[in-house]
Unconditional design. Structure first.
Length: 106
């Protein structure tokens, strides 16, 4: 599984919401585009910041492109995992009910 997003907004919110998701779902690769002052845990092996997505075929699995202010729920991650390997979609394709909006969390 792969999730692609662009960081904009509050650094603290990213660390409080996205980082735990990344630690929990080590099976998923997260590709984030961010500015030079972006701070993130260096021990997250499944987080790729400002690095190109290199699709290598069957092992990549489904790919979700979503805005950083929409965070997949646990059910959303399960739904993404159930998609076929070649699936590429956005949050509306997965189902908007499978996401938290950052402004609703805090």
């Amino acid at each position: 599984m792969v999730i692609i997003s662009t960081f904009v907004g509050d650094q603290k919110l990213f660390n409080r919401v996205w980082c735990p998701l990344m630690y929990k779902h080590q099976e998923c690769q997260f590709y984030i585009t961010a500015g030079p002052k972006f701070v993130y845990p260096k021990d997250l092996q499944n987080l790729h910041v400002n690095s190109g997505l290199h699709i290598t075929g069957q092992k990549d699995g489904p790919i979700l492109k979503c805005p950083i202010e929409l965070v997949p729920t646990y059910r959303g991650m399960i739904e993404l995992q159930s998609k076929p390997i070649g699936w590429i979609g956005k949050q509306d394709d997965l189902g908007i009910d499978f996401f938290y909006k950052l402004e609703q969390i805090f």
